[in-house]
Design a protein around this ligand. Structure first.
Ligand SMILES: Nc1ncnc2c1ncn2[C@@H]1O[C@H](COP(=O)(O)OP(=O)(O)OP(=O)(O)O)[C@@H](O)[C@H]1O
Ligand SMILES: [Mg+2]
Length: 150
């Protein structure tokens, strides 16, 4: 099933100038970027986005991290995109993430783990609506020589 996922490169990815390399992983896999913007997240938006973790001890530092510098917010589309992207992203703790995943290859610290990706269809829908207006999401066909992917 074709799905849309909300994916966001976190401030450390932007600061470390990893955006191009990380974006290439999604494109190389065959996924389609249908929305993309650099955004300075404020405290309210950070708290809403990560609301499920409000009671966790790491919540204040998570909000501080996410608001510390711009993030690259994206909507990425493709076959089983939500699960596929979580596999590309890897485990939450970069030290436990498999090599070959984004977190496994670029990170060392759970508190600086490079990237966010929706974990389920319901969270994808909620997060996309939180960060993007409908008119910011582009519905376009990928045309690859003679091939048109629906
Ligand atoms: N023990 C921790 N210490 C510091 N930060 C943490 C810890 N656990 C989680 N975080 C931060 O909170 C984020 C959200 O945690 P969650 O359990 O939802 O992991 P995730 O789904 O892999 O990550 P994300 O929601 O960002 O895609 C993590 O990505 C990380 O930035
Ligand atoms: Mg999560």
């Amino acid at each position: 099933m074709i799905q849309k996922s909300f994916v966001m490169m976190k401030p450390d990815a932007v600061q470390r100038r990893l955006m191009g390399k990380i974006l290439a992983r999604f494109e190389d896999k065959g996924l389609q970027i249908v929305a993309c913007k650099l955004i300075q997240i404020d405290e309210d938006l950070a708290k809403t986005h990560y609301g499920e973790h409000a009671e966790k001890p790491f919540f204040p530092s998570l909000v501080e991290y996410i608001t510390s510098s711009p993030c690259l917010a994206m909507v990425i589309q493709g076959e089983e995109a939500i699960t596929t992207i979580r596999k590309l992203v890897g485990a939450t703790n970069p030290l436990e993430a498999d090599l070959g995943t984004i977190r496994g290859d670029f990170g060392m610290d759970t508190g600086r783990n490079i990237i966010h990706a929706s974990d389920a269809p319901e969270s994808a829908e909620r997060e996309i609506a939180l960060f993007f207006n409908e008119d910011e999401i582009c519905d376009y066909k990928i045309i690859d020589n003679d091939l048109i992917y629906e």
